[in-house]
Design a binder for this molecule. Structure first.
Ligand code: DGY
Length: 310
């Protein structure tokens, strides 16, 4: 019985991750092969829809190695009775750290500051050079207070920030633990100095951050996205930055990865990273292992550890 595993995971896994099964390592740029595979462990860059599933008639589990699974057509999997799993929890803290890397970099204008040195144009200490946002006493707005959003919010306490959140449900423990207050999205945008996005990409959230949302943000506020690029109208974001409506943006994700909008990436007010939110050795290994554990469970007839609700 054969299984397909993303080749990029090979260095993170034992040589025989699913004993008893014939593992084929498939690079993520290659199209999904057709065949009698019983399990597939894909990365988020592999689209899996009707066409791919038609070519995998024996598939018993789709064990995504990521918390997000917007590359997978869940309805198509459900129609075939194929369980889908993902890798939540294990990447929460590393992704929250990366969101904070962006918050701090954008608030303190480190890209522009480095450029001064790269260009050899520094003329010495100046009281008015590169003034940034004082995080202490400012307000952080978290859009989507799931695991990662809450982890970002917890870190805000140490920086002396007030925390707002918008979410489809109230999060009483988050409110108690962090002193966070719930707002509807437009109120959050109007009140926050920094807005950090943590919602999944779905039909409801795609394009959520458009010109209207950006113009509803506090003038000069900062926008941080470590969730998914297609939540954002990237043209509208660029315009808001060019017009000075926003003070800066920190982006780890883009709508057509790995193609990135050059105008945004090179914008002096944008700190851009190549989707490295969960990129620590510990987290990436834990993600790979959890994906394998999920596949093994289903193949053994056990419930998966972290199923996606279909
Ligand atoms: C995910 O897991 O969905 C991230 O985007 C990559 O870790």
């Amino acid at each position: 019985m054969r299984v397909l595993i993303a080749a990029e995971l090979q260095p993170l896994l034992p040589s025989d991750p699913l004993p008893g099964y014939g593992v084929e390592w498939i690079p993520s740029q290659e199209p999904t092969p057709r065949g009698d595979y019983v399990a597939i462990i894909p990365l988020l860059s592999r689209p899996i829809g009707e066409g791919e599933l038609d070519g995998l008639p024996n598939l018993r589990v789709l064990a995504q190695c990521a918390v997000g699974y917007d590359n997978i057509d869940l309805a198509a999997a459900a129609r075939r009775g194929i369980p889908v799993t993902n890798t939540p929890d294990v990447l929460t803290e590393s992704t929250a750290d990366l969101a904070w890397t962006l918050i701090l970099s954008v608030a303190r204008r480190t890209k522009e500051a480095q450029e001064v040195l790269y260009q050899d144009s520094w003329t010495g200490w100046s009281p008015t050079q590169l003034l940034g946002l004082e995080l202490n006493g400012s307000t952080l707005g978290i859009v989507g207070a799931g695991r990662i959003g809450q982890a970002v919010g917890r870190r805000a306490v140490g920086f002396g920030m007030a925390v707002l959140y918008s979410d489809s449900e109230g999060r009483p423990e988050f409110e108690e633990g962090v002193g966070a207050s719930r707002r509807d999205l437009f109120a959050l945008l109007a009140e926050s100095d920094v807005v950090s996005v943590h919602v999944p990409s779905t039909n409801e959230t795609r394009g959520l951050f458009d010109a209207v949302r950006f113009s509803s943000m506090k003038p000069g506020a900062l926008f941080i996205n470590t969730a998914r690029g297609d939540l954002v109208d990237e043209e509208a974001l660029r315009e808001a930055l060019d017009l000075g409506r926003l003070g800066g943006a920190g982006l780890d994700v883009f709508s057509r990865e790995p193609d990135v909008p050059r105008g945004l990436v090179q914008h002096p007010k944008v700190v851009a990273l190549p989707h490295i939110g969960s990129a620590t050795t510990v987290t990436r290994r834990a993600m790979a292992e959890l994906a394998v554990e999920n596949a093994a469970a289903v193949l053994d007839g056990r419930p998966p550890v972290t199923p996606v609700e279909l």
